[in-house]
Ligand binder design. Structure first.
Ligand SMILES: Nc1ncnc2c1ncn2[C@@H]1O[C@H](COP(=O)(O)OP(=O)(O)OP(=O)(O)O)[C@@H](O)[C@H]1O
Length: 250
């Protein structure tokens, strides 16, 4: 990992407008106070419980949404592409057509797409399904297509939202190997996952989010051990509360 910072967030917050009743809306702060740096060439894992703000954070790094409070800084002329399930595909178009469209959206030139479409097809392992409408694909097949395009598009920052856990063993092995290749080639990767095995085997550092706040961003083993310990303690707490409730009810 180099010392060169490619992205930085300082006390960043993001709010979504949510419906709170008839003709009433309020703001929900999905990210409240998030600070971290992303270094060129590192693989940063992002962990946290459901709703902690991980996907929102990736969208912020990609520049899809800008913070409503705090600041972010991006290295100028840095491309970032977000690979997430169910994002961006048009169901009525074929895998090939969607691959072309996604490639363009990820910043590839027409020439680049033309020269790489066979590699995308091959990596996806979709065979004849590549020519069929994406609306007929399973979740795992969509993940294969998305991953194949993103890997070939080769952006400066590759943002991956929980797609590694989807798909069959063959896809998992292949996508892990492709990720490993990116990591070894000094690509900057941000990986959101609930799988501590994937995080531990692929990431240099880990950012732990809790209820929209960054708890810590540090070495992988240190952060994942703390996260697992806190999950164990929360579970033990829950059990104590449950048994206390049962005793009180007797
Ligand atoms: N478009 C939206 N409009 C309103 N609220 C949203 C929107 N997207 C996300 N949220 C809310 O923001 C919070 C953070 O969501 P986010 O998807 O970033 O969490 P996450 O950590 O990725 O969750 P998970 O692990 O379950 O995928 C959640 O409470 C969610 O309900």
């Amino acid at each position: 990992m180099s010392e060169k910072i490619i992205f930085e967030a300082k006390n960043a917050g993001i709010s979504y407008r949510q419906r709170a009743g008839v003709l009433r809306y309020d703001n929900y702060w999905a990210l409240k106070d998030v600070s971290f740096t992303l270094h060129a060439g590192e693989t940063l894992g992002v962990i946290g419980s459901n709703g902690a703000g991980k996907s929102t954070l990736l969208r912020m790094i990609a520049g899809i949404i800008e913070p409503d409070s705090g600041q972010v800084w991006r290295q100028p002329n840095t491309s970032a592409s977000l690979l997430a399930l169910n994002v961006g595909f048009k169901p009525e178009l074929s895998g090939r057509e969607n691959a072309i469209l996604s490639g363009l959206l990820l910043g590839m030139s027409v020439q680049q797409i033309k020269s790489q479409i066979d590699a995308i097809h091959q990596f996806s392992g979709l065979g004849d399904f590549f020519e069929r409408a994406v609306g007929t694909y399973s979740t795992g097949m969509r993940a294969r297509l998305g991953f194949a395009v993103a890997i070939q598009a080769d952006p400066d920052i590759l943002l991956i939202d929980e797609v590694l856990g989807v798909g069959d063993q063959n896809f998992k092995t292949k996508s892990h190997a492709a990720m490993r290749e990116k990591i070894d080639s000094n690509k900057t990767v941000v990986l959101v996952s609930h799988s501590m095995d994937a995080i531990k085997s692929l990431c240099d550092r880990v950012l732990w989010l809790h209820e929209g706040r960054s708890i810590i961003c540090d070495d992988t083993d240190y952060v994942t051990d703390g996260y697992l310990e806190s999950a164990r303690m929360a579970l033990a707490d829950e059990r104590v509360k449950k048994s206390t409730g049962t005793v009180a009810a007797l």
